[in-house]
Design a protein around this ligand. Structure first.
Ligand code: PLP
Length: 394
């Protein structure tokens, strides 16, 4: 044990990946498992995007390292897309491209968080925020007040005894699909700037909002130059490109330069082939995003209706973005089933009904399950049938 570092020992394995792993093992052993545990769209990457990668391979764009933060073409393409979506002028030098948004977040935590620094986020939170901060020796704290349905609020920030070095805001959120209003985003940005905190706004699900809800990008509210606002995004979720590992950060040039300094020793550069694909994604036909968004919307609405009808589980509110439900298991149901936690519930659901859902424990909030609707409607319906059956027979 002691041959491995203390910091690596402190890291918890990803709860979402653990459930997926068991589900995959059961599936390969022949069980009819429905895995609603993962955060990956089930659509094939659009053809024009895949074709751009094929062309890059065929024309030999694979035998060199690109600049650390991505090709100038891709950085410009991302800056242009950001301008189109938010109205804010962004330059290529305010962009760095990474091997997935996760790597952008990792590099940011590495350059911003000293041991003992406070980093705050909303609860429930995406697991990797906490573990990336742990790895850097920072202090991760997550808050939500009951009235805010899991949102980070200025009220909660005002109660802190130590000024956070960094605030990590996810909008819309994984795991609960909650969307912050324009005023809420504005207030949090203002608070961060007033207190000298950096604020990362993770907008990876920003284009996946439903039923006419309006997403407000932090970029649309404030200029990036000279500010401590950093926006993280990527192609994984909106273009169904999780396997390509392409994400980015948009920030003041000094932040980008510092990120590139550490990224140069971590990855050298993100995959050249994937960059060619991402360039087509951000600069090509954007209707592919809308097509997938509409499919998610249909699934959200039909699945929501069914969840609402099942006794023993409930939702605080109807999600407006991302592709998850964060479902509360009512206490009486756990008691009736003689289960002492949502993790135990999730395990039994997988064992008895072959439905895989990660439990709330991994998101800092026991008593819940996360259900991803990045899955075809037939599988969703079947999974809901099984969940109903599981609860009715409890
Ligand atoms: N941020 C959030 C909130 C996520 O849910 C994910 C993926 O699950 C990521 C960032 C990272 O995405 P990627 O590394 O695939 O770009």
């Amino acid at each position: 044990e002691e041959e491995f570092t203390e910091r690596s020992q402190k890291v918890q394995p990803s709860a979402t990946l653990a459930v997926s792993k068991k589900a995959k093992e059961m599936a390969s052993a022949g069980y009819d498992v429905i895995n609603l545990g993962t955060g990956e769209p089930d659509f094939v990457t659009p053809k024009n995007i895949a074709q751009a990668a094929i062309s890059a391979i065929e024309s030999g764009k694979t035998s060199f390292y690109t600049p650390v933060g991505g090709t100038p073409e891709l950085r410009s393409g991302i800056a242009n897309l950001a301008k189109k979506l938010t109205g804010q002028a962004i330059t290529a030098n305010q962009v760095t491209v990474t091997s997935g948004a996760k790597m952008a977040l990792y590099a940011l935590v590495q350059i911003l968080v000293n041991p003992g620094d406070l980093v705050v986020s909303a609860k429930p939170y995406w697991v990797s925020y906490a573990e990336q901060v742990n790895l850097a020796g920072g202090l991760f704290e997550a808050f939500s007040d009951d009235s805010s349905a899991g949102k980070l609020t200025v009220g909660a920030l005002n109660q802190l005894k130590q000024t956070p070095k960094l605030i990590i805001l996810n909008n819309p959120t994984n795991p609960s699909g909650i969307l912050y209003t324009k005023d809420e985003v504005q207030a949090l940005l203002d608070w961060a700037l007033e207190h000298g905190s950096f604020i990362i706004v993770d907008e990876i699900y920003g284009r996946l909002v439903y039923n006419n809800a309006v997403f407000t990008s932090a970029l649309s509210l404030k200029a990036i130059a000279g500010s401590r606002i950093i926006v993280v995004d990527g192609v994984s979720k909106s273009y169904s490109m999780t396997g390509w590992r392409m994400g980015w950060a948009i920030a003041d040039e000094t932040v980008i330069q510092n990120m590139n300094k550490v990224l140069g020793h971590m990855t050298s550069n993100p995959s050249a082939v994937s960059q060619a694909a991402a360039l087509e994604a951000v600069s090509g036909d954007q209707s592919v995003v809308e097509e997938m968004r509409r499919k998610f919307e249909g699934r959200l609405n039909s699945t929501f209706e069914r969840i609402e009808k099942i006794d023993g589980i409930k939702l605080a509110e109807k999600p407006e973005g991302a592709f998850y439900f964060f479902i509360q298991i009512e206490d009486w149901l756990l008691q009736k089933m003689k289960l002492d936690s949502s993790a135990a519930f999730a395990e039994k659901l997988l064992d008895d009904e072959y439905v895989a859902l990660p439990a709330g424990e991994g998101f800092g909030m026991p008593g819940y399950l996360r259900l991803s609707y990045a899955k075809d409607q037939a599988s969703l319906d079947k999974a809901l049938d099984r969940i109903e059956h599981f609860i009715h027979n409890a």
